[in-house]
Design a binder for this molecule. Structure first.
Ligand code: 5GP
Ligand code: ZN
Length: 107
């Protein structure tokens, strides 16, 4: 049993505003949004950070990167958006389950 909060969101043990889900990834709204649209895209498989990813994650990470602009467009971020992946405590990471921040203002 993991104590990882994002694993619990992926397992539906705790609620989140989920906006996209498939077999491999989940996207939900950040609970403390730093922008009018602030989404988090996570792999369902737990790994702590980008620094813990390896060759087996290559295809998954590629699929996630390609999903980012689709999710941004679906949330009205047609003028552009920011992506952020914090890695390690020195990189400002607070939740140690890899996640991509997608942030912007709808136009
Ligand atoms: P980090 O600093 O690790 O890159 O970002 C973690 C993000 O997760 C923060 O922006 C924070 O607001 C968000 N977060 C933390 N706990 C929860 C939660 O329980 N639900 C949701 N939806 N977001 C969370
Ligand atoms: Zn996890």
């Amino acid at each position: 049993m993991t104590d990882c909060i994002f694993c619990k969101i992926a397992d539906k043990q705790i609620p989140a505003s989920v906006v996209y889900e498939d077999d491999e990834m989940l996207c939900f709204k950040d609970i403390r949004p730093a922008a009018p649209v602030h989404l988090l895209l996570i792999p369902k498989e737990h790994f702590d950070s980008l620094a813990h990813a390896g060759p087996p994650h290559e295809a998954l990470l590629g699929k996630m990167m390609l999903k980012v602009p689709q999710l941004a467009a679906e949330h009205g971020l047609r003028n552009g958006f920011k992506t952020q992946i914090n890695t390690g405590s020195g990189g400002g990471q607070e939740v140690f389950h890899l996640h991509v921040h997608i942030m912007g203002t709808p136009v």
